[in-house]
Structures are given as structure tokens and as C-alpha cells.
Design a protein around this ligand. Structure first.
Ligand code: MTE
Length: 320
């Protein structure tokens, strides 16, 4: 990969699948011809539909893995987003009904400066970075995804949490008119996730606004989600509308629904099996076929050097 060493800006052709790259060139040609198309400004002016796929300007973060990203087709076509159905293809098929403008995120609770952020303010709050992260789903598959966003800590410091803010709760959208999956009792809605405040403040925890150099596709949690790469994927809540700073450990969706299977921490840990299957190995989507041996899952999904100290002294078998 070639890189401009002074600015660390990566060219779209280096990170982007050919199809997206071609689309972008068409956008640039249209722009050169005086057609305002594809920019965030254009998206915002349309009110209701910032097209998933508005280009974002990013620099590549040094926190990125050098592993090969999973294809755009797999990242956006093989998803878990139960608000749109429980099959892996359902979110790509049904999430077009999600309205992502107007959109606000209320940041509240034990903070000195609570604030309702408009999504377009969040897009400009801090410099956007591309963070290529390994992602491991609790079901035993993994991907490598070039996310776009900035550390959640950038948002956290602006609201000034108080000393008694020990945890952060993430509440996601639950609107029956937009989300057909809400008619199913598979989970209690809204989908809620949570982190300890030091986990939320860790530099790897990403307030995520895009992937593959563009705003988030709806099936991946548009317009804003969190991504916590050392935890199983379900900790990374999609389409967030409220972030609450609280004193007590939040009740999270999967922990509430099956507490013996899904703990609050849910750190990727090959030594602690799910009660119904091993977590020692994983299948990389798009690379490992059903006949290839699965690859070994790494402690904290390979991010142990960064995050193991957060859990010093804890029994990770009990606090799983
Ligand atoms: N967030 C919401 N609101 N609803 C969900 O069903 N699924 C989780 C997580 N966030 C989920 C969610 C699970 S199980 C995973 S593995 C990841 O999103 C998948 O993210 P991706 O589809 O962008 O890869």
C-alpha cells in the first residue's frame, strides 16, 4: 500500500472495492461538470435521505490492522440487525425503510453538559479516521471492516461526565413504522448496550459514522453506531439515539434475554466457551470456506496489548 507519508491520507483506490471506486469516479466527474452530487452537503440539503454512500474524507488511523478487509458486498450483505429481521440477508433487504435524517443523539445522565447532538454536528465534531478493525461475532464468524469515525472519548469529554458516571448506556432506535423486526418478540426493544466508562473512553472504542470511505449503509447501523473491536459484535449497538451516563451497570439486551449465555463484558475470549458452542475458532467471511479449517480466535480479538489492562485482577470466566 502506498501512502502519502506527510498527511497519511489514503487514496480511495487503495481501500475501496472497484465497484465503489468506479461509482466515486462517476460522482467526481458529475461534480466537475457542476452537478452537486454525492457530497455531504448535498445529502443534508435533501432532508430525509442522506444517501448511504456519501463520501467522507478520512485519514487512515495507525490503530488499523493490516489484514485484508472483507469485501464491501459481504460487509453490507451479511448482517445482524434484528430490528429488520433475523436472517443475515434481512437487514440489506429491509433497512431501506430506516429514516436517517433528521436524526439526533441525546447525550445525558451523570454529566455536567448534557446535549442533544444533531447527526451533522457529530459528523464534524472531530477529524474522521479510517479504522480497519477485526470484528468477531459471538456466532463464530469474523470480518475485517474499514470503519470511519473517531474515538468515542472525543464526544465523552465534551459532555464532562461526573465522578459517579461509572457506565455508559447506548439506546438504539425502536420505531415500528420503520423497523419490521420489532413485531417479533426475539428481543425486548429498544436494543440496549453498555460499557464501563473506562471501556467507553478507550481509544479503540469508535463512534462510527461510516465504512469503506462513505457514510454508513443503513444495514450497518446508519447514521451512527459504536464499534468495540475487542468485544463480540453484539456490544456494538447500531442506529443510536441516546447515550446515558449512569452509576449502575446497565441492563443490556442480550444479557437480559439470556444471562447465562451473554455476559455484560462479552470480551472476545477463546478460553471461555459459549454454553452451546466453543469460541476457540472462527470463520473469516469471504476467505474461509465451509471446508477450510477455521482459524484460531485471539484473546480480546487480537487487541490484548491495548485492552488487557482494563481487566487486571478480574476473573474473566466469571465476569464474561
Ligand atoms: N444493534 C442493533 N440495534 N440491533 C442488532 O440486532 N446486532 C449486533 C450488533 N449491533 C444488532 C446491533 C450484532 S449481533 C452484531 S454481530 C453486529 O451488530 C453486526 O454488525 P454489522 O452487521 O455491521 O457487521
Amino acid at each position: 500500500m502506498s501512502r502519502n507519508s506527510s498527511t497519511q491520507v489514503i487514496r480511495p483506490s487503495e481501500i475501496t472495492p472497484q465497484r465503489v471506486f468506479e461509482k466515486r469516479r462517476a460522482i467526481l466527474r458529475a461534480a466537475a461538470a457542476g452537478v452537486a452530487y454525492g457530497s455531504l452537503e448535498w445529502a443534508n440539503a435533501q432532508g430525509s435521505a442522506a444517501p448511504a454512500g456519501s463520501k467522507l474524507v478520512t485519514a487512515r488511523s495507525t490503530l488499523s490492522t493490516m489484514e485484508r478487509p472483507t469485501s464491501h458486498a459481504d460487509v453490507t450483505g451479511y448482517n445482524n440487525f434484528y430490528e429488520f429481521g433475523t436472517d443475515k440477508e434481512d437487514p440489506a433487504r429491509h433497512a431501506h425503510t430506516l429514516r436517517i435524517r433528521p436524526w439526533t443523539v441525546a447525550v445525558e445522565g451523570e454529566v455536567n453538559r448534557p446535549k442533544v447532538f444533531d447527526i451533522d454536528e457529530l459528523l464534524r465534531l472531530a477529524p474522521l479516521e479510517e479504522r480497519v478493525y477485526r470484528m468477531r461475532c459471538v456466532e463464530g464468524w469474523s470480518m475485517v471492516i474499514p470503519w470511519v469515525g473517531y474515538s468515542l472519548s472525543e464526544l465523552i469529554r465534551r459532555v464532562e461526565p461526573r465522578g459517579n458516571a461509572k457506565y455508559v448506556e447506548f439506546v438504539t432506535l425502536a420505531d415500528r413504522r420503520q423497523m419490521p423486526g420489532l413485531s417479533s418478540p426475539v428481543l425486548e426493544w429498544p436494543y440496549v448496550e453498555g460499557l464501563r466508562i473506562d471501556e467507553a473512553n478507550h481509544r479503540l472504542t469508535l463512534l462510527t459514522l461510516g465504512l469503506y470511505g462513505e457514510t454508513l449503509p443503513k444495514q450497518n447501523g446508519a447514521p451512527v453506531r459504536v464499534v468495540v473491536p475487542w468485544k463480540y459484535g453484539f456490544k456494538s449497538g447500531k442506529s443510536i439515539v441516546r447515550i446515558r451516563f449512569v452509576e449502575k451497570q446497565p441492563v443490556t439486551s442480550w444479557n437480559r434475554s439470556a444471562p447465562y449465555e451473554y455476559g455484560f463484558y462479552s470480551n472476545v475470549n477463546p478460553e471461555v466457551d459459549h454454553p452451546r458452542w466453543s469460541q476457540a475458532r472462527e470463520r473469516r467471511i469471504g476467505e474461509d470456506g465451509f471446508l477450510t479449517p477455521k482459524r484460531a480466535t485471539l484473546m480480546f480479538n487480537g487487541y490484548a496489548d491495548e485492552v488487557a489492562s482494563l481487566y487486571a485482577g478480574m476473573d474473566l470466566r466469571k465476569q464474561f
